[in-house]
Design a binder for this molecule. Sequence first.
Ligand code: ARG
Ligand code: ZN
Length: 504
Amino acid sequence: MKRRIGWSFLALSVAVSCSGSPGVDVEESTRLNPAAPSTDVDAITPTATATVPPTSEPSDLVESSNPVDPASADLAGVGDSLYPTLGNGGYDVDHYSLAIDVDVDANVLDAAVTIEAVAVDELDVFHLDLQGLEVQEVTVDGVEASANRTGHELVVTPDRPIADAAPFTVVVHYRGMPEPIDDPAVPFDTIGWHQRETTVYVVSEPSGAMSWFPNNNHPADKATFDFEITTDSELTVVANGVLEGIKEVGGGQSTTTWRMDDPMTTYLAAVYIGDFELQESFTADGLRIRNYFPPAFADDLDDDFELTADVIDFFETLLGADYPFDEYGSIVLPFGIGFALENQTISVHGLDSTDPYTIAHEIMHQWAGNSITLGDWQDIWLNEGFATYLAYLYFEDRGLPSDIAPIGMYAALRGGSIGPAEVPVDELFSPSVYFRGGMALHALRVEVGDEIFRKILVAYYARFAGSAITTGEFLAVVDEVAGPDAVAVLDDWLYGPDLPAFPE
Ligand code: ARG
Ligand code: ZN
């Protein structure tokens, strides 16, 4: 039987909050709180909630059917262990400028995307990742290039080769209706650009970014972004970073500009268009929090998200590091999607996923996942294990009930788990990743004590903020700060089929 994916569970325990009862569901929280241990694991045992996933179309993500010339195969993928055809070799992107006209009713894009990149080899051909849509023109340094499509690879042959180490600018003009992507990691859903009712929303982890703009679709290639989104003036447009301005362009249309000045991975790039009400506040340190809520639910949601500033303060203290970006906020969709996603500076929550635990979890991802990013999808536990356990620490520290606690995570894993640092692609968002990954950190804390545990977190973040890493780099920090016995504890939790004993 297929496992139910981890984040759906996060939403499950709080399904009540969308029906007008915001806040912690005390019954659920008590069940999972260490203060009230219980053997009632049904609420969180993955198989207990499993449903048969719909059969999805075969994906070209995992086993590539692309007739790529073997001599240039590395151009069609960065060699990710789980997604060999995602991302592209041969260059690094510095910046994406996304100029997109959006007809929300028809869900049609008319776009010009400018990509500023640097070659890391001499390139007579290079790839971008783009699925669906109609490419009208590609230029490289202002000269028309030839472009061919094969699967999700957009193969670009510039008029003349690009020299090794040369900066170059690619402009891709394209239009059409984005098709959300079937990704083997998310069998219950599609990812990428979606339009529902009168709302446009993007949820791209892991591979969905290529459903709406051409890019180097791997987290190891981070770049800055700007967004110029033109649509109906009545609608609110939200994207990553800082809002630069809104300009009327005639015909009842406006262009809204957002800038993301800190490097960001493609799966965290997001655009929302619809009817949203802005609620602003500030943390004690003056960080601006701007939340976007559907007007009909704004008052309740304002209460739900009130903990945001306190959670940010807690994580800044825990990691000894400022919140990594210029602003933060959450956007809540006017319908449920069963999960939330930590887009850089603008986490998105389905209307059914606004419980305090999920809010804290997405905030933690701004450090773990967004600032420190994955060098390989196989290391997803570095995102999800950290967000799961460090969000729990907030509730523990503040003496608040939490939907997630070690006793509950462990009980869920008794139904079967594998090492979170070696999951196959269809377990990327499984309890093994969230709970066994979270438990690995709990076991480390029990082994070394609170003080050394915190030193490890501080050293890890200080060293790798802003970069893309793999599990080995985290283990090296643990070894330096706490020694080989601490690494051995993590090894048991991170690798192999056997669930270690509950740490005490
Ligand atoms: N990283 C997200 C979270 O923990 C999970 C996203 C799952 N991906 C998806 N497309 N549904 O909280
Ligand atoms: Zn997460």
